[in-house]
Design a protein around this ligand. Sequence first.
Ligand code: HEM
Length: 141
Amino acid sequence: MKRVLLASLLTLAMVPTSYAASAKCGETPLAEIMGDMKKTMKSLKPALAKGQADEIAQLAGKLESLAEKSIDYIPLKISETKQLNPKQKAQFTKYQEGMKKLASVAKELASAKDDKTRKDLAKQIGKINKQGHRAFKMKCD
Ligand code: HEM
């Protein structure tokens, strides 16, 4: 009986460790930042439609800082750990370039002076988002 008890205690003690070892798709710190990006984009749409310059500038600034923050996170699709082989390193550099592009277009949007320029830049952001996801976002099941 004592043995059974000890064995179950050991098993229980091991459960949290094995969970912590693998990062979960959709629940990474990067996915969390992406959730904030999504909210920011959601608010940006009506602001663009109404031409609310101050609101757009504030939201674009937020998007820029979220992109800056994302630069140091390794997408799950590339690796679960910080140890990268040469191929993964090259992929990560591409990812970082995409994120830098997002930050720089968001910065341009924050200081854009007319509606047409703002809408064109927002379109570019949409494209960068699509390209980034096609290349680096893992599909969760
Ligand atoms: C306005 C631009 C963007 C928005 C609104 C956005 C939004 C999102 C959302 C909603 C998710 C899912 C998060 C979840 O599963 O809870 C996600 C995941 C992800 N996105 Fe974006 N995203 C944007 C730009 C980008 C760009 C430019 C890249 C790459 C250069 C990128 C790379 C990724 C990756 C890698 C994931 C998976 C997270 C992980 O691997 O940990 N995203 N994004």
